[in-house]
Design a protein around this ligand. Structure first.
Ligand code: NAD
Length: 254
């Protein structure tokens, strides 16, 4: 971790959805290195407990709470459990997300429900319950994981693109609504990051080279590089910033 953030996260309570793998897990560990208390959430208990163990190793206190973000009752219970266990909620990273590929003429209702249920409903109702909890303690910071594809669409990913455009819309609306209440809401927009989500695309040489050519730095990003951006957006160092969608993209959107 390049900066110490002047101890800004010591004892802060952080909630991360989709914390069982990839970017979510790396962000949980990054917050833990700064002394935060981290609630790792997801649907998979074994992987969730593994993330909590990594949080402990990194110097933080962790708790796994099982939750499917597409269900409002799970999201509400997750926030309630966080406040019950650690006393408050200071920072949330709405990271859980899924992708499916199809031409616009081939999309299905099932895929629409799946992608929008997790990527859009999940973020919308997470914001609802997280911000309500933060208002009780006078403020907080939320970062949503959108994508560069929420800024510039890519073919054959129409539902995913649309879901990430929606995440940015939710981010900006909540930022406006709670700007005077001490709550900042921002989004990160990663390009291709080396996680399970992109493994298949990165393994095929032709696809890999085509994708690399869309990244001016000619490499993909790491989960830790996204985590660094999330920590910065959650820290007082970015205190005058709200409602932005920050590309973490090696130049993809330039
Ligand atoms: N990897 C990339 O290149 C990339 C680029 C841009 C944006 N993103 C976004 O980053 C986020 C994390 O992706 P990742 O690359 O780490 O992928 P990943 O597949 O490794 O992780 C996704 C996480 O979300 C969880 N999840 C999925 N559905 C869920 C649900 N219903 N409830 C709770 N958790 C659920 C998974 O279990 C997993 O922990 C996603 O929102 C993704 O759209 C990823």
């Amino acid at each position: 971790m390049p900066t110490s953030f002047n101890n800004a996260f010591a004892d802060k309570v952080v909630l991360i959805t989709g914390g069982t793998a990839g970017i979510g897990r790396a962000t949980a560990v990054a917050f833990a290195r700064q002394g935060a208390k981290v609630v790792v959430s997801g649907r998979r208990e074994i992987e969730g407990e593994e993330s909590v163990a990594l949080v402990g190793k990194a110097g933080g206190k962790g708790l796994f709470v099982r939750a499917d973000v597409s269900r409002e009752e799970d999201v509400a219970a997750l926030v309630a459990r966080t406040v019950e266990h650690f006393g408050r909620l200071d920072i949330a990273f709405n990271n859980a997300g899924v992708i499916e590929r199809a031409l616009t003429t081939d999309i299905t209702i099932e895929s629409y429900e799946h992608i929008f249920g997790i990527n859009v409903r999940g973020v919308a109702f997470s914001l609802k319950h997280q911000i309500a909890a933060m208002l009780k303690t006078g403020g907080g910071s939320v970062v949503n994981n959108a994508s560069v594809l929420g800024i510039r669409p890519y073919p054959e990913l129409s539902l995913y693109n649309a879901s990430k455009f929606a995440v940015i819309g939710l981010t900006k609306t909540a930022a406006l609504e709670f700007a005077t209440k001490g709550i900042r809401v921002n989004a990160v927009c990663p390009a291709i990051i080396e996680t399970d989500m992109t493994a298949i695309a990165r393994e095929d040489e032709q696809t890999r080279n085509a994708l690399l050519s869309t990244h001016p730095v000619r490499r993909f990003g790491t989960p830790e590089e996204v985590a660094n951006a999330v920590l910065w957006l959650s820290s007082p160092d970015s205190g005058f910033i709200t409602g932005i969608n920050l590309p973490v993209d090696g130049g993809f959107t330039v």
